[in-house]
Design a protein around this ligand. Structure first.
Ligand SMILES: [Zn+2]
Length: 230
């Protein structure tokens, strides 16, 4: 087993803003946005910064000893995992958090697994089949990481049970509803009045609270929305 507490990698992993270079303190749990967001025209999107040692030591190689679950297999490349280890969580407890969430999701959706990557001769490119992912799109992949981080924060004493919210009427909302249900968290979904009835029905069947937002035509509003990273 690799030791991430060695002197080469301790404290190197960081969350850094791509827009203003602000660095999030390593002991700050559940930080999902730059403290300088809204200032200037910068796109304040946080990125994970790992050292070459952390990438080399965390890469699982070709023999996945931890099975097909990507959130276990690649956990040592996750900022949330490295942060949890720094703050005292055991590797086995982190793995248990992931397995509990995976088991809960598998009760009513697809398993948490690596999706197929194959070469398509007709198109001349590699294709990642994310329709086999949870909720049928890649959106769940991002939200599962967030759900894991929230549970880790709770176990480390820095969590929150505040309701979750998302503005979407498509794959992101469906994925959020699945992950929130499995994590036992309330979710509010803000949808437009013309949202697809099938999507709305699925959201409600998953226990999400639907909040209808009337569409507004505003050039400024559209411009601001278009600058969002999602
Ligand atoms: Zn920033």
């Amino acid at each position: 087993m690799l030791n991430l507490y060695n002197s080469k990698s301790l404290g190197v992993a960081a969350l850094v803003c791509s827009g203003c270079d602000a660095q999030i303190p390593a002991d700050e749990l559940l930080r999902f946005s730059c403290p300088n967001r809204g200032i200037g025209d910068d796109d304040h999107v946080l990125r994970v910064q790992l050292s070459p040692d952390e990438i080399r030591d965390g890469w699982p190689g070709d023999s996945p000893a931890d099975g097909a679950n990507p959130f276990i297999r690649y956990r040592k490349l996750s900022y949330g995992y490295l942060q949890a280890m720094r703050l005292g969580m055991a590797d086995s407890e982190y793995v248990a958090v992931v397995r509990e969430l995976a088991d809960a999701i598998a009760q009513f959706d697809k398993p948490m697994q690596c999706t197929e990557l194959s070469y398509c001769d007709a198109l001349g490119c590699w294709i990642k089949n994310e329709t086999e992912n949870i909720s049928g799109s890649h959106k769940a992949r991002h939200l599962i990481g967030t759900a894991i981080d929230m549970e880790v924060a709770t176990r480390l004493g820095g969590g929150s049970d505040a309701p979750l919210a998302i503005a979407s009427c498509g794959n992101a909302a469906l994925a959020a509803a699945v992950v929130a249900k499995a994590a036992g968290r309330q979710l509010q979904v803000f949808v437009p009045s013309n949202a697809n009835p099938a999507v709305v029905a699925r959201l409600e069947s998953l226990g999400a609270t639907r909040i209808v937002c009337e569409m507004r035509s505003s050039k400024n509003l559209v411009t601001k929305m278009a600058s969002c990273p999602f």
